[in-house]
Design a protein around this ligand. Structure first.
Ligand code: FES
Length: 260
């Protein structure tokens, strides 16, 4: 399995071009960052930092979209603490510190991958779906129909969309793992990989099902991060190949290295 090479990272004060609330406390933030737009791979992330007032803490956020022509990068985040609430208060024209692109992203050499995402894990999968240009389908899961504003974001990217909700208010009732076996066993199924981002319990379940169907599975891990650059060890995990750093060796790993 080939993962993208580590790309050149930059640390810049990027001008905010758009800040929009997509759902309660979920925001889409676009910044002008041509250097990052030019090199960011699907599955990579950046560290965002509030510049005024100066927050020392950086927040890892996955790249949700890039527009190379306009030199813009978009992130989708949930405002859940002091730092992200301050981020949500920033307006177009103001600047935010961006360090990136960081880490290794998803494999881009598959012919027909199935993307599986839950919650905010769907954000980096948007960029994966866009980069696969209609060759990737997506299976998304949420608690209720209210959470699945994501369907509108994935719709223009081509590919088919499958939905599950815990309460059955939209799509199939249950979890992504409820529907996944049917999708992989369908007569016309031709998936050659499963790429996953979401809660760990979901990713473990999806990885097991993918393995049972003999399909490669890549998962994007979320870990508390300090430096984001491989220097502080705060994101270390045990893998089949020894200790690895999520920020530098991941966040995307082959599932069998970290779960099975
Ligand atoms: Fe510092 Fe990964 S966040 S080593």
């Amino acid at each position: 399995m080939t993962l993208p090479n580590l790309t050149q990272k930059v640390s810049i004060a990027a001008e905010i071009t758009t800040q929009a609330e997509l759902a309660e406390k979920v925001y889409s933030l676009s910044v002008r960052a041509p250097e990052i737009a030019a090199t960011a791979q699907p599955g990579q992330f950046v560290q965002l930092r509030i510049l005024e007032p100066s927050f020392t803490l950086r927040r890892p956020v996955g790249v949700a979209a890039v527009d190379k022509q306009r030199g813009e990068v978009t992130f989708i985040y949930r405002a859940i603490g002091r730092g992200t609430a301050a981020l949500a208060a920033l307006m177009p024209g103001e600047s935010v510190g961006v360090l990136g692109p960081l880490g290794h992203g998803f494999g881009m050499g598959y012919s027909h991958p199935l993307l599986v995402g839950g919650g905010m894990g769907l954000s980096p999968l948007l960029y994966v779906a866009a980069a696969y240009a209609g060759k990737a389908d997506v299976l998304m899961g949420g608690k209720t129909a209210d959470e699945l504003f994501w369907t509108e974001l994935f719709a223009p990217l081509g590919g088919r969309t499958f939905i599950t909700t815990d309460d059955g208010s939209l799509g199939t009732k249950g979890f992504t793992t409820t529907l996944l076996p049917d999708l992989l066993e369908a007569k016309d199924a031709s998936y050659d990989a499963v790429l996953v981002c979401g809660p760990e319990i979901m990713m473990r379940g999806v990885a097991k099902i993918a393995a049972a169907h003999g399909l490669p599975c890549e998962v994007s891990l979320e870990k508390r991060m300090g430096c984001g650059l491989g220097a502080c060890l705060s994101c270390s995990i045990d893998t089949a190949h020894g200790r690895r750093k999520v920020c530098k060796d991941g966040p995307v790993f082959p599932a069998e290295e970290v779960f099975l």
